[in-house]
Design a protein around this ligand. Structure first.
Ligand code: COA
Length: 483
C-alpha cells in the first residue's frame, strides 16, 4: 500500500503537538519529582498544622490503652500516657478495684491519695477477667485498643488466658507492655515492691553514710522510675508500629530500671579498679576504699565536690539546709563570699586537687557562713554569682510553692467523694500538647459508657452482662453464701 503523503503544514503541526506533549509529560514528571522530593524532605509527614500552638490536639490523641495496672509502677506509666492525651481504660476487679484505693486512707470512705495521685485522667471499667463473659469483653477491648499495659505478678496475665499468643492473634497490632520485678533469670518469678527493687538494682548500697547501713530513698525509683521507662518503651513501640504494622512485647524489669538510674555508681565501681575515688570525701580523710563502691553521704555524684550545709534556723527546722557545690570555675567567688579571699591564691586551696584532702575543713568553713543566712538567702546570694546551690525543700514547701502551681507541676483537682486534693501534673512540658489533669475515676465509673459507646454493646446486652456477674461484685448475700 502506497504511503500517504503528509503535507509540510501537517508535519509542522504534528511536530508542535509532539513537542507540546513531551513538554506536558516533562512538566508532569517534574511535578511528580518535586512532590516526591517535598515528601521525602517532610519525611512523609503531613503539612505543618496552621492551628495555634496547643490547639492541634494532644501528643497521644487517638491512642487507646487497655490499662491492667495496679499499685504504683504500672499506674505511673499509664497516668503519664493519659496526660499526653491517650484514652486510658483502667480495668479493675468488680467490687475491689486497684488495691491502693483503700491503702493509706486519709478520708473515710473515699479513694486514698495513693490511688488518686496515680490514676488521674483515666477511665475505670470493672471486669472480672476470669468470668467467661468478662473474657469476652476483654477480647473486644483487645481488638479496640492499641496497647495493653500490666504489672501483675509473673504468670498472672497468662492465668487469665491473656497470653501473648492469644492477644497477638486477637489483635496483631497490639503492644503488650509489662513491668516485672526482674528480667529473665534466677529471680524472674519473684513478686517485687519498690524497696526490693531499690536494693536489687544496686541503688540502696550507695546512699547513707559510710559507717551506717544501706538506705532506701523516698523517690520511688523502683516503681515510678520503671513506669517512666515503660512509657518510653510504649511510645517507641507505637512509633515502630507505624512502619511494621504489628505490635510487640515491651518489658521493663524494675531491677534494670533502678540500675539505669544508678548507672553513675556502676561507673564508679569500674573506676575503683583503677585507683581511689578522689571526689569521695573518704579519700580526703585518708580512709582506704574496699572492693565495692562505698556509701558516700552527701558527696556529690559528679566531679564537683558538694555537701549539705546547715542554714540559719537549723536548730528548729529539720529542713533548714542547703546543698552547696564548690564548682571549680566559681571558687574565687566562693572565697570572697565566705570571707576567705586568701584561699584564692593559697597553694593548699587554689586548685581542685589541692582542695580534695581538705574538703571537710572547707565545707565546715562555708557552713559557718551559710549558718548566718536562711536557705533562701543563700540561694539568692549564691545564684547571683553563679554558685550552684539547692535549698532542701520540705514537701510542705513544695505543696505551697506558687511557681510549681503556675507551671502545672503541682495541680489541685476536685473529687466527688474526697474533695480537693493536690497531685503532681505532667513533669514533661510540651508546647503543642497541653496537659489537662482530671481527677481519678471512681471504681467502675465508666463501665457502661465503655461497654456501650466504645464496644458497641446494646442496652439489652449490657443488662445481660450485668446479670451475669462479669462486671459487678457479687451481692453481699451471695458472697456470704459462697464463703
Ligand atoms: N478480675 C479477676 N482477677 C483479677 C483481676 C480482675 N479484674 N485483676 C487482677 N486479678 C487477679 C490476678 O489474676 C491475680 O490472680 P492469680 O494470681 O490467682 O492468677 C491476682 O488478682 C493478683 O495479682 P498479683 O499481681 O499477684 O497481685 P499481688 O497483690 O499478689 O502482688 C505485686 C502485687 C505488685 C507484688 C505483683 O503484682 C508484682 O510483683 N508485680 C510486678 C512488679 C511490680 O509492678 N511491682 C511494683 C508494684 S508498685
Amino acid at each position: 500500500m502506497p504511503k500517504r503523503k503528509t503535507s509540510t503544514k501537517a508535519r509542522q503541526k504534528l511536530a508542535v503537538k509532539k513537542s507540546a506533549g513531551k513538554k506536558v509529560v516533562k512538566l508532569k514528571a517534574k511535578k511528580t519529582a518535586a512532590k516526591a522530593t517535598a515528601k521525602a524532605a517532610a519525611n512523609g509527614l503531613p503539612r505543618p498544622s496552621a492551628k495555634p500552638w496547643g490547639q492541634a490536639g494532644k501528643a497521644l490523641d487517638g491512642v487507646r490503652i487497655l490499662d491492667f495496672t495496679h499499685v504504683q509502677s504500672g499506674p505511673t506509666c499509664t497516668q503519664l500516657l493519659a496526660y499526653m492525651g491517650a484514652d486510658v481504660i483502667k480495668v479493675e476487679r468488680p467490687g475491689v478495684g486497684d488495691i491502693t484505693r483503700g491503702q493509706l486512707r486519709d478520708v473515710k470512705g473515699a479513694d486514698s491519695l495513693y490511688f488518686t495521685m496515680l490514676n488521674g485522667s483515666k477511665r475505670s471499667i470493672t471486669i472480672d477477667s476470669k468470668h467467661p463473659k468478662g473474657k469476652e469483653i476483654l477480647d473486644r477491648l483487645i481488638k479496640h485498643c492499641d496497647v495493653l499495659v500490666e504489672n501483675f505478678a509473673p504468670g498472672a496475665l497468662d492465668r487469665m488466658g491473656l497470653t501473648w499468643e492469644h492477644i497477638h492473634k486477637t489483635n496483631p497490632r497490639m503492644i503488650v507492655a509489662s513491668v516485672k520485678g526482674f528480667g529473665p533469670g534466677p529471680y524472674e518469678d519473684c513478686k517485687v515492691y519498690e524497696n526490693v527493687a531499690q536494693c536489687a538494682g544496686g541503688a540502696a548500697s550507695t546512699p547513707g553514710f559510710r559507717e551506717g547501713p544501706p538506705l532506701v530513698t523516698g523517690a520511688q525509683i523502683g516503681d515510678s522510675g520503671t513506669g517512666l521507662h515503660l512509657a518510653f518503651g510504649i511510645v517507641s513501640a507505637l512509633y515502630q508500629r507505624i512502619r511494621t504494622g504489628r505490635g510487640q512485647r515491651v518489658l521493663c524489669a524494675m531491677q534494670d530500671g533502678v540500675l539505669n538510674l544508678a548507672r553513675v555508681k556502676l561507673r564508679d565501681q569500674q573506676r575503683l579498679g583503677h585507683g581511689p575515688l578522689t571526689e569521695y570525701s573518704q579519700y580526703g580523710e585518708g580512709i582506704s576504699f574496699g572492693k565495692a563502691v562505698p556509701r558516700a553521704g552527701n558527696d556529690s555524684g559528679g566531679g564537683q565536690p558538694g555537701w549539705i550545709l546547715k542554714c540559719k534556723g537549723w536548730e528548729n527546722d529539720p529542713d533548714s539546709y542547703i546543698y552547696f557545690i564548690t564548682q571549680a570555675p566559681v571558687w574565687g567567688a566562693i572565697c570572697d563570699l565566705i570571707g576567705k579571699p586568701e584561699w584564692k591564691s593559697d597553694p593548699d586551696y587554689a586548685t581542685p586537687p589541692a582542695r580534695l584532702p581538705r574538703l571537710r575543713h572547707i565545707f565546715d568553713t562555708i557552713e559557718q557562713w551559710t549558718m548566718t543566712k536562711t536557705k533562701f538567702e543563700v540561694m539568692d546570694i549564691c545564684n547571683a554569682v553563679d554558685i550552684p546551690v539547692g535549698p532542701i525543700l520540705s514537701m510542705k514547701e513544695i505543696a505551697e510553692e506558687p511557681s510549681l502551681r503556675k507551671t502545672g507541676t503541682v495541680v489541685e483537682v476536685d473529687h466527688p467523694t474526697r474533695g480537693k486534693y493536690l497531685t503532681v501534673g505532667n513533669p514533661i512540658k510540651m508546647s503543642d500538647s497541653i496537659t489537662e489533669v482530671r481527677r481519678s475515676p471512681l471504681l467502675g465509673e465508666h463501665t457502661e459508657e465503655i461497654l456501650g459507646k466504645e464496644l458497641g454493646y446494646s442496652k439489652a446486652e449490657i443488662a445481660e452482662i450485668k446479670a451475669s456477674g462479669a462486671i459487678t461484685a457479687p451481692e453481699k448475700g451471695a458472697r456470704a453464701e459462697a464463703a
